[in-house]
Design a protein around this ligand. Structure first.
Ligand code: NDP
Length: 478
């Protein structure tokens, strides 16, 4: 039976675009549907605009540091409107690059929403039906608000990049990647940040010592971090009377001047689990993301979905329906752009190049772009200790650059080593540019380097990362 195309990809994010280009390069006839902007979460409302905001936010400390180094420069003022205009021009440029790449690869793009009509047919919003030998679902995920009355008043991460103006104060709910990164970014841009995290320490799943140091640094940066705390009630401040109005005035907001809008991003009165009541200019929910599987027609065809709505796939990203594959955040494996790209490449090799390629999800490095950053690869001390006897090599110190300027900022370099094999099981770095450092360390860890391999490597002096090859005695054994 002849099909209209060899591959139909649903979703034009990092994973979908890479898979479609690789498949097209083998001579396959490929089409792709995207109902929003090309580039997906990473390019349009995630990694890229976030990192540009990280850069913007780090300039706040620089004038003070420069003065300590003898420069005669005043503190500056951040202009959100100016930055946002440039930010969106850059995102437009990148979206154009993605479109041109697809075009150049011969991939036919449909700017429409697609759903599956049967195991080999995709239906677009305008009713067009396209048959495909293989269908790849790469629809990503979306931010999820908690199940709480009036939660619609809160912003989600997508909204931050589109704000007309920065709020004066914000309550960020959550303790994961997005909550912590946004807390540091917004504090750096001059917003008064309060953060509620329901657990005992932010960044659950990361190394405890590293989490602790990041939390300490965030507090030093002026972030009012409340652990073991959540929202119990929220309402639009302007619609409240009495006590909430007083709280708003205290917070520098004049609620009687505000129209009641009932719209997200408005000033919000919040009651916390610790009993306190406050009014914030805005609330941001960074309470996790959910896979985009709704309305795709997957379950009707026999594709299995997990508890969170994620598509269940095997090691080759194949679903329970043999002609349908899925990659990236929609499968909720490791939700990172480079992983989605890897999954897309492995899919193309498996299906279009005749080389069955399982995706290697082992020892994936990642970074949280807080200030300082947290870079990590491999096992945490806690997980490694549960697995086997280990040695921990760790050092925390004030780095030269900021120490000279009188700052108490500390960094952490930490290696987890197997007592039996001497292999470095995990590396955790809390430091400015830890994302850059962990990328390099991850090569050694992925290659199975031992502590002695690290020790044989000559230090680059004077750097922060040199500590990774100069730690002689274990801090502890367990
Ligand atoms: P995470 O799953 O990392 O964090 C969600 C946070 O919200 C957790 O702290 C969670 O608490 C908390 N939470 C969940 N539900 C509720 C609730 N009902 N009330 C209060 N708190 C709640 O999600 P993010 O949205 O931060 O990020 C999503 C994914 O995106 C990440 O896992 C990561 O893979 C990716 N990402 C990667 C980045 C990077 O590489 N730098 C940057 C940003 C995102 P608890 O811990 O108790 O569950």
């Amino acid at each position: 039976m002849g099909f209209d195309v060899d591959l139909f990809v649903i979703g034009g994010g990092s994973g979908g675009v890479r898979a479609s280009r690789m498949a097209a390069a083998t001579g396959a006839k490929v089409a792709l549907a995207e109902d929003s902007r090309m580039g997906g979460t990473c390019v349009i409302r995630g990694c890229v605009p976030k990192k540009l905001m990280v850069f913007a936010s780090t300039f706040r400390e620089l004038p003070g540091e420069a003065r300590a180094y003898g420069w005669d420069i005043p503190d500056g003022h951040f202009d959100w409107t100016n930055f946002r205009t440039k930010l969106h021009a850059e995102l437009d440029r990148l979206e154009g690059v993605y479109r041109r790449l697809l075009d150049g690869s011969g991939v036919k793009v449909y700017d429409q929403r697609a759903r599956l009509a049967d195991a080999h047919t995709v239906e677009l919003t305008d009713g067009t039906r396209i048959t495909a030998k293989h269908i790849l679902v790469a629809t990503g995920g979306r931010p999820e608000r908690p199940d709480l009355p009036n939660a619609h008043l809160g912003l989600v991460s997508d909204d931050i990049f589109l704000l007309d103006s920065l709020p004066k104060s914000i309550l960020i709910v959550g303790g994961g990647f997005i909550a912590c990164e946004m807390a540091c970014i917004l504090a750096g841009l001059g917003v008064k940040v309060t953060q509620f995290y329901r657990g005992a320490q932010i960044l659950r799943g990361f190394d405890d010592e590293a989490r602790g140091l990041v939390a300490e640094a965030m507090r030093d940066q002026g972030i009012d971090l409340h652990l073991g705390t959540n929202i119990v009630e929220m309402a639009e401040a302007a619609a409240m009377s009495g006590h909430a109005q007083d709280l708003a005035t205290e917070a520098g907001i004049t609620p009687d001047l505000l129209p009641v809008t009932g719209e997200k991003g408005c000033p919000v009165w919040v009651k916390a689990t610790n009993g306190t009541e406050s009014v914030y200019d805005a609330v941001l929910f960074a309470t996790g993301r959910t896979p985009n599987t709704l309305g795709l027609g997957l379950e009707e065809l026999g594709v299995t979905l997990g508890r969170r709505g994620q598509i269940t796939v095997d090691a080759y990203s194949q679903t329970a329906v043999p002609s349908i594959y899925a990659i990236g955040d929609v499968t909720d494996r490791v939700n990172l752009t480079p992983v989605a790209i890897r999954e897309g490449m492995a899919f193309s090799r498996t299906v279009f190049e005749g080389q069955p390629t399982p995706v290697d999800h082992d020892l994936i490095p990642s970074a949280v772009f807080t200030q300082p950053e947290l870079g990590t690869v491999g096992l945490t001390e806690e997980a490694a200790r549960d697995q086997e006897p280990i040695e921990v090599y760790a050092t925390s110190f004030r780095p030269m650059r900021t120490a000279f300027a009188g700052s108490n900022h500390r960094v952490l370099m930490k290696l987890i080593v197997s007592q039996a094999t001497r292999k470095v099981l995990g590396c955790h770095i809390v430091a400015p540019e830890a994302g850059e450092m962990i990328q390099m360390a991850a090569i050694a860890v992925k290659m199975g380097a031992t502590k002695e391999d690290f020790d044989r490597t000559v230090a680059v002096h004077p750097t922060m990362a040199e500590e990774l090859v100069t730690m002689r005695s274990p801090t502890r054994r367990s």
